[in-house]
Write a protein that binds this ligand. Structure first.
Ligand SMILES: *Cc1c(COP(=O)(O)O)cnc(C)c1O
Length: 361
């Protein structure tokens, strides 16, 4: 059997080893049920305890007050691109979007398909989405302002979130949810496909504030209406039980082993600093994100040539370092260093990068 590698995949991505071991240990007989978690009824006491715990841990970790509902949906973050405008904007309303890359662009496209008037309040497309725009052109009375908190492909991330004058922020946090503490006050809705930072693919975490739920028009298809999930504890139909179970275990690890989001943030900053420090002092590697917009989750960089990049990715894998190829749309290299990627993995990568540069620089 092969050893496990240091996993820098962008998504689905690394999960904490302790979580994988717990899944393995409990897989055949979950909590005395005599069944696997994949075999129990979603209406059973066993699954009910899992989903309730996942909701409560989300509330505690993110310091959500009672106005927020915590929901689990299928369809990934991509389905949220369509559900957000469908649910939260009237047909005659303008919706503001900040375009910081591929995922924002897709969200904008879906809002337009829904027939909403989309105002792109800011865009960083002029410099290949290598930065987070600071100047916003917001629409007074817009239904919401949508942004992507971390741009998985381009390696940029919002530090402080923009001031919107009371218009609710709606955020796609797929690739940095629970990587750092967050003041949820300006957010009306947050969503995140689980497979980057908090679990496996197949489930999308949705956090939505009451006043946005009250906007939802009548007559939406049942499964595309957030009310359906809010009223039935995310169990109107069969939820993705196994995926929710893994999320619950990851959140338990985050709370009990890591010690919450402040501790996670400190670790994530330390991890990212090791890589950015190397990029900043290298003649060989070149970071692609502008310094004040860099992501703590996805570190994107280039080598002097595409041939060297290919060789880098292949040799890295031979050395037990996987997933370093950049997204196919941009090329280059990318180290995704989500919550579950530990300091040792980063240190091993830094060592490898220094050695590779010495041999090829
Ligand atoms: C991966 C990703 C998505 C797409 O998520 P799916 O769950 O595959 O639909 C959307 N937004 C961001 C920021 C992502 O990183």
């Amino acid at each position: 059997m092969h050893e496990r590698i240091h996993n820098f995949n962008a998504g689905p991505a690394a999960l904490p080893l302790a979580v994988l071991e717990e899944i393995q240990a409990t897989f055949l007989n979950f909590n005395g049920s005599g069944m696997s978690i994949t075999e129990v009824s979603h209406r059973s006491q066993w699954f009910d305890a899992v989903i309730q715990d996942a909701v409560e841990r989300t509330r505690r970790l993110m310091k959500l007050d009672q106005r927020f509902k915590v929901l689990f949906l299928q369809g990934g973050a991509s389905m949220q691109f369509a559900m957000v405008p469908m649910n939260f904007a009237r047909a005659d309303q303008t919706v503001d979007y900040i375009n910081t890359g591929t995922w924002s662009t897709k969200a904008i496209k879906e809002a337009a398909i829904q027939g909403r008037t989309v105002n792109v309040a800011a865009s960083s497309e002029d410099r290949h989405f290598s930065y987070i725009p600071r100047e916003l052109n917001l629409t007074p009375g817009a239904a919401y302002v949508h942004l992507t908190s971390n741009n998985t492909i381009k390696g940029t991330q919002w530090g402080a979130f923009p001031e919107t004058g009371g218009i609710p922020l709606v955020a796609d946090m797929s690739s940095d949810i629970m990587s750092r503490p967050l003041d949820v006050a300006p957010f009306g809705m947050i969503y995140a496909g689980a497979q980057k930072n908090i679990g496996p693919s197949g489930v999308c975490l949705v956090i939505v504030r009451e006043d946005l739920l009250s906007r939802i028009p009548k007559g939406l298809p049942t499964m595309l209406d957030y009310t359906t999930y809010a009223e039935k504890n995310s169990m109107y139909n069969t939820p993705p039980c196994f995926a929710i179970y893994v999320v619950q275990l990851v959140l338990k690890w985050l709370e009990e082993t890591i010690g919450g989001l402040d501790a996670m943030d400190a670790m994530n900053r330390r991890k990212a600093a090791l890589l950015y420090d190397l990029l900043d002092h290298s003649e060989f590697y070149r970071g692609t994100a502008e310094a004040d917009s860099r992501s703590l989750m996805n570190v994107t960089f280039r080598l002097p040539s595409e041939a060297l990049e290919q060789q880098f990715v292949a040799e890295a894998l031979d050395n037990g370092l996987g997933g370093l190829k950049g997204h196919r749309s941009v090329g280059g290299c990318r180290a995704s260093i989500y919550n579950a990627t530990d300091l040792e993995a980063i240190e091993t990568l830094v060592d490898f990068m220094q050695t590779f540069a010495r041999h090829h620089g």
